[in-house]
Design a protein around this ligand. Structure first.
Ligand SMILES: Nc1nc2c(c(=O)[nH]1)N[C@H]1C(S)=C(S)[C@@H](COP(=O)(O)OP(=O)(O)OC[C@H]3O[C@@H](n4cnc5c(N)ncnc54)[C@H](O)[C@@H]3O)O[C@H]1N2
Ligand code: MOO
Length: 392
C-alpha cells in the first residue's frame, strides 16, 4: 500500500513567493540553485595576521602594512609584510595563511611569529565557496523549508522563496461518543484526542491548511461530509467509523461516492485502514483508535503527502536492535510495537492496546515485529525512532 501511495501523481500546486521569515515549513515549488558563492571571497577564520607563509622567518618580525577589519576592502599584500586581520575579514591578495594572534608577539609596527614551523599554507583561511559554490543545487522541489535551508537562502541574499501553495486537508472525525474539548463528559462520551494528534502530525509534516468536520454515526451525514470535503480539499483524512460494525459508515459512504482502492491491511495497529478516491481526491480512512490513527498516519499519510507535493523523501531511518524478550506466539499481522531501547535491547513501552496513547507518548520508537515468526531474545528487529517517523 505504501508503494501505491508513493505512486500517487503530484498535484499542480501553484507558486507563491513567500518572504523568508514566513516560509518555515512550507514546501519548495522549484529547485533552488545558488547564484553566489558563500563565502563570497577568501576570508580569515581567526583574529590574527595574514601573510605569505614563504615570507615567515623564525624570530624575524614582519612589518604590519595594513589593518583589515571585517567589512573592509583589503589592499594587495606587499612582499615581506603582513596584515592585521580579524575574523570574517576578506583576505588581501597575495596572502595565503593566517596566524592566530595567540601565536604571535605584537611589537610596535611589526609582529613576531611564534612556533613558525607549525604553520601550513591555507591555515585559518575560509576559501571562497567553501560553503556554497555558484551553480550548486541547494534544495529540491518539494523539500520542506527548514531553519537550516532558510539560513542558506538568506546567505544568497534572497528575500523571498518560491513555495508551493499550502495543501488543503480536511480531517473528518466520526462517532457519537466524540465531544470537543472544554465540555463536561457525559456518560459514554470521550474527548476528541485524534483531531489534536493528527492535525499536529500534519503541521509537523509541513504547512497545511487544515479544515475540520465531525460527523455523527449516520450514513447520510458521513456521505455529505466526504462529498463536500472531497470537492474542496486536496486530501481527506478521516478517523474512526471504518471498521465492520453497523455504526461504521465510512466504507459504505465512500463506496457510494467514489472508488475504494483498499480496505483492511495486514498490520497492527491499523487493520481497518482504508484508501479511496472521490473523483481525483485521495481519501485516507484511518482507524479511530488513537494509536492506530497515529501510526497509520506516519506509515501511510506521510508517503501520500510526499507524493502529492512531489517530495523525494528519503525512506524512514531505522536500525536493527536485538529484542530484549522472546516472542513465542507468532503474530498474525506485522506489528509496530511501541518500544524503548534499554541496555541496547528493545523492550515494550507498556500496554500495546490501540487505545493506549500513553505508551506512544512514552516510547522512543516503533519496533517492527514480523508476522508468522517466533523470535528469540537477542534476535534483531527494525527499530524506527519516533522523531524520525514524525519529522524525517
Ligand atoms: N468485529 C470487529 N471489530 C473491530 C475490528 C474487527 O476487525 N472486527 N477491528 C478493530 C480494530 S483493529 C480497530 S483499529 C477498530 C477501528 O475501528 P473504527 O476505525 O471503526 O473506529 P471506531 O470504532 O469509530 O473507534 C474506535 C475507537 O477509537 C475511538 N475514537 C474514535 N474517534 C476518536 C477520536 N476522534 N478521538 C479519540 N478517540 C476516538 C472510539 O471511541 C473507539 O474507542 O475497530 C476494532 N473493532
Ligand atoms: O488495527 Mo487496530 O488498530 O489493532 O486496533
Amino acid at each position: 500500500m505504501q508503494s501505491k501511495l508513493s505512486a500517487t501523481p503530484p498535484l499542480e500546486l501553484h507558486i507563491e513567493h513567500v518572504p523568508l521569515n514566513a516560509a518555515l515549513n512550507r514546501r519548495l515549488a522549484q529547485d533552488i540553485i545558488a547564484q553566489h558563492p558563500v563565502p563570497p571571497a577568501d576570508n580569515s577564520a581567526m583574529d590574527g595576521y595574514a601573510l605569505r607563509l614563504a615570507d615567515l622567518r623564525q624570530n624575524t618580525p614582519l612589518p604590519i602594512c595594513q589593518r583589515i577589519p571585517a567589512g573592509a576592502a583589503p589592499q594587495p599584500l606587499a612582499a615581506n609584510s603582513c596584515a592585521r586581520i580579524f575574523t570574517g575579514a576578506e583576505l588581501p591578495a597575495g596572502a595565503d595563511t593566517v596566524v592566530m594572534q595567540e601565536n604571535t608577539k605584537a611589537l610596535a609596527d611589526s609582529v613576531q611569529f611564534l612556533q613558525s614551523e607549525n604553520y601550513t599554507v591555507g591555515d585559518n583561511i575560509r576559501p571562497q565557496g567553501q560553503d556554497i559554490s555558484a551553480g550548486q543545487q541547494l534544495a529540491k522541489q518539494g523539500d520542506k523549508i527548514t531553519p537550516a535551508l532558510l539560513g542558506l537562502l538568506a546567505s544568497q541574499g534572497l528575500t523571498t522563496v518560491p513555495a508551493q501553495r499550502p495543501l488543503t486537508v480536511t480531517l473528518i472525525s466520526t462517532g457519537n461518543e466524540i465531544i470537543e474539548l472544554g465540555q463536561d463528559l457525559a456518560q459514554g462520551q470521550i474527548y476528541n484526542s485524534n483531531f489534536y494528534a493528527v492535525s499536529s502530525l500534519l503541521a509537523s509534516w509541513g504547512c497545511i491548511n487544515i479544515k475540520y468536520l465531525h460527523v455523527e454515526d449516520s450514513l447520510t451525514e458521513t456521505i455529505n461530509a466526504f462529498d463536500q470535503s472531497a470537492k474542496d480539499s486536496d486530501l481527506v483524512i478521516s478517523f474512526g467509523g471504518v471498521s465492520v460494525g453497523e455504526e461504521d459508515h465510512v466504507k459504505q459512504a465512500i463506496s457510494s461516492l467514489g472508488q475504494l482502492e483498499q480496505w483492511k491491511i495486514k498490520l497492527k495497529p491499523g487493520k481497518p485502514m482504508m484508501l479511496a478516491t472521490i473523483n481525483q481526491t485521495p481519501i485516507l480512512g484511518l482507524p479511530g483508535n488513537p494509536v492506530s490513527a497515529f501510526v497509520t498516519f506516519l506509515l501511510f499519510a506521510k508517503p501520500l503527502l510526499n507524493a502529492l507535493c512531489n517530495t523525494n523523501a528519503p525512506s524512514t531511518a531505522s536500525f536493527q536492535v536485538p529484542l530484549g524478550f522472546s516472542i513465542e506466539k507468532p503474530r498474525q499481522r506485522p506489528e509496530y510495537l511501541r518500544a524503548n531501547i534499554v541496555n541496547g535491547q528493545v523492550i515494550s513501552a507498556g500496554n500495546q492496546s490501540s487505545g493506549v496513547l500513553s505508551s506512544l507518548q512514552q516510547c522512543q520508537g516503533l519496533a517492527l515485529i514480523p508476522a508468522d515468526q517466533s523470535l528469540n531474545k537477542g534476535e534483531a528487529v527494525s527499530f524506527f525512532p519516533i522523531e524520525s517517523l514524525i519529522y524525517g
